[in-house]
Ligand binder design. Structure first.
Ligand SMILES: *[C@@H]1O[C@H](CO)[C@@H](O)[C@H](O)[C@H]1NC(C)=O
Ligand SMILES: *[C@@H]1O[C@H](CO)[C@@H](O)[C@H](O)[C@H]1NC(C)=O
Ligand SMILES: *[C@@H]1O[C@H](CO)[C@@H](O)[C@H](O)[C@H]1NC(C)=O
Ligand SMILES: *[C@@H]1O[C@H](CO)[C@@H](O)[C@H](O)[C@H]1NC(C)=O
Ligand SMILES: *[C@@H]1O[C@H](CO)[C@@H](O)[C@H](O)[C@H]1NC(C)=O
Ligand SMILES: *[C@@H]1O[C@H](CO)[C@@H](O)[C@H](O)[C@H]1NC(C)=O
Length: 559
């Protein structure tokens, strides 16, 4: 069919646009799967107070490959509750620290010097395990900062602000993802409809930023598209979700390859209607390409932010999760009801392959003083359980952690839980005081009753490096071995803020064989990840999982 007449062509294409608009905005009836029975009878786990105060409220967390966690807040509100070392440089005449380095193994910390404002910023580890942290607010919004893990001498390492190299656009509420070639993409942010790359060398257009219309289309009067969800897929493209929409995006050619169906229902999923998102584990033993599923839980209905922010009326948060098989020929969202409404929760991939949903509130949205009714109980989402039996409510904490709270997986399988501050400054009175404490949530698999099933890694044959497609051995011991229940999982340590686990991913390697070496010692032979699209180069926690019980991880470098 050819259009010789340009006006006919214009009418035709307008009709097409109108049709697709109607199609996208029409509210299709949708099915919600409700929980009918409690899922697996795992125990509720338990909570452990690690530090009653680390001196800063942990708005951002990054675990480094030396088992230290960089914790930082914003810098623009005055004093924190921890001083910089006497005699050291005080940025902007503020001699309190807004960042600390927490040592997971010794449960100790020390203050760090961060110079410019890191408020609502983003980050990712580069392939050398250095934190590349981008943007923030005011004078910090174009700044690139690095934090390199240092060895035994941890006294020396501190923040480094690159002052010759800056971001092209301001990045406040942006999302980062490490890429297969080791670059980092930095996408979106408040009133910024572009993406750009780090490092800022001349190659590959790294000195420019690129307009992305999707970021305009997904912005509504409440925004609801900040901290977009970003997942690198095994085909090398990006899955990008914001508000209620999602696309398959080829960042190398700057083209949108596909638009996924709208997530059903009225709920918005991104800041300030903050939900959370994970890409479920990529299982390399099953088929190629592996099934890719994205799970998005929580958020808030349209209008909720206007009500909470302007009227202090706190409507119920979203109760639903949407699960999408991204590489299906005709992907459709499967909607499941959580046991309770949640906004501002974190979603964390466990080494078992299941998901923990933790922190957050049942009413309101993100924003200053914009939520009430904290949700104290984490929930376990059992990825492979029967429909309507996937959620288990776990043991509650006593500490409200809503706006500006964080949580990440630690190499020993615990969840580090931190932060929470709905106020513009540090306020230690009232219902939801600024939270400076650090807790660990210990999932059921850490219960002593599983000790006989718990594997313990003895060594990684390849000497802590894992090459793409290359076979290698992992030896471990376990007292009660069950044939056919053991696997190796790699987990990338996310940069976490505002319920967004940036670059979080889990890859379950293909097992070639399991050999018994002695009574309690075994060798698992596995294949390195297929390629850098499956597992971008860099440091991962390697877990052996036996009979559903994970080992402590060792760090490996995938290259
Ligand atoms: C799930 O519960 C909701 C709200 O109670 C209801 O509208 C919906 O029909 C239920 N779904 C199913 C499949 O029963
Ligand atoms: C629950 O626990 C009991 C006893 O440990 C066990 O027999 C049963 O299979 C478990 N059920 C599920 C659904 O895991
Ligand atoms: C933080 O410091 C303030 C002022 O010194 C103090 O009142 C408050 O109790 C401290 N908060 C915590 C949690 O340590
Ligand atoms: C990583 O470290 C190596 C060796 O020190 C260096 O050559 C390389 O440039 C670094 N890569 C990045 C991305 O910083
Ligand atoms: C760049 O940073 C270095 C080290 O922090 C500092 O000494 C120098 O003055 C800075 N230069 C500019 C132009 O800000
Ligand atoms: C939370 O939302 C529910 C449902 O709309 C409402 O009944 C309840 O009063 C709200 N709670 C608060 C503390 O505002």
């Amino acid at each position: 069919m050819g259009f010789k007449n340009p006006s006919l062509f214009m009418i035709f294409s307008s009709l097409c646009i109108l049709y697709s608009f109607l199609k996208l905005t029409k509210a299709d009836p949708w099915l919600l799967v409700n929980q009918t029975s409690p899922s697996s009878n795992v125990s509720g786990g338990n909570w452990q107070l690690l530090q009653s105060s680390v001196g800063v409220s942990a708005m951002h967390l990054q675990l480094l490959p030396n088992n230290k966690v960089v914790i930082f807040d914003r810098t623009d509100f005055g004093s924190s509750n921890i001083s910089l070392p006497p005699g050291s440089f005080c940025p902007k005449n503020d001699c309190t620290a807004h960042s600390v380095l927490y040592d997971v193994v010794s449960n100790t910390l020390r203050p760090l010097h961060v110079l410019t404002d890191t408020f609502c910023s983003s980050g990712a580890l580069d392939p050398n395990g250095t934190l590349i942290q981008t943007g923030g607010f005011n004078e910090g919004d174009h700044v690139i900062r690095t934090f390199a893990p240092c060895g035994a001498d941890s006294v020396a390492c501190d923040w480094n602000e690159l002052n010759a190299t800056r971001l092209v656009d301001r990045r406040w509420y942006a999302t980062n993802q490490v890429l297969p070639d080791g670059r980092i993409i930095i996408l979106g942010g408040r009133r910024v409809f572009t993406y750009e790359f780090y490092p800022k060398n001349d190659a590959l257009n790294n000195r420019k930023s690129f307009y992305l219309r999707f970021l305009v289309e997904t912005r509504d009067p409440e925004e609801n598209n900040l901290y977009p969800f970003l997942h690198l897929l095994p085909d090398g493209n990006l899955f990008i979700f914001a508000n209620k929409k999602s696309i398959l995006f080829d960042y190398k050619r700057d083209i949108v390859l596909k638009q996924f169906p709208l997530i059903p229902g009225d709920d918005k999923r991104n800041y300030p209607s903050t939900g959370s998102s994970v890409m479920l584990p990529l299982r390399l033993s099953e088929r190629w390409p592996p099934v890719v599923e994205v799970l998005i839980c929580g958020g808030a209905p349209a209008g909720a932010f206007m009500k909470s922010d302007k009227m202090k009326v706190f409507v119920e948060a979203s109760r639903t999760c949407g699960r999408l098989k991204v590489n299906d020929a005709n992907p459709q969202w499967l909607m499941e009801a959580m046991p309770m409404p949640r906004v501002m929760s974190d979603m964390i991939l466990l080494p078992t392959g299941d998901v923990i949903i933790i922190n957050g509130a049942a009413n309101g949205t993100a924003g200053w003083e914009d939520a009430v009714n904290p949700v104290f109980s984490p929930i376990l989402y059992s990825v492979n359980a029967q429909l309507s039996q996937r959620f288990t409510v776990l043991s509650p904490s006593k500490v409200p952690r809503m706006y500006h709270s964080t949580a990440i997986l630690l190499p020993d399988g615990r969840i580090l839980v931190a932060g929470g501050n709905p106020h513009t400054t540090y306020v230690f009175t009232g219902l939801y005081p600024t939270e400076l404490s650090l807790e660990a949530y210990n999932p059921y698999y850490l219960d002593a009753k599983f000790n006989s099933l718990r594997p313990s890694i003895i060594s990684v044959e390849s000497g802590s490096t894992v090459s793409y497609g290359r076979r290698f051995g992992v030896s471990f011991s376990v007292s009660l071995f069950r044939q056919g229940t053991v696997s190796v999982a790699l987990i990338w340590p996310s940069f976490t803020t505002h319920s967004t686990g940036m670059s979080q991913r889990m890859v379950v390697l293909n097992t070639a064989s399991v050999v018994q070496l002695s009574m309690a010692n075994f060798k698992l032979v596995v294949d390195g990840p297929t390629n850098a699209n499956v597992a971008p180069p860099g440091y991962y926690m390697l877990f052996v999982v036996h009979s559903g019980i994970p080992s402590h991880a060792v760090w490996v470098k995938v290259m």
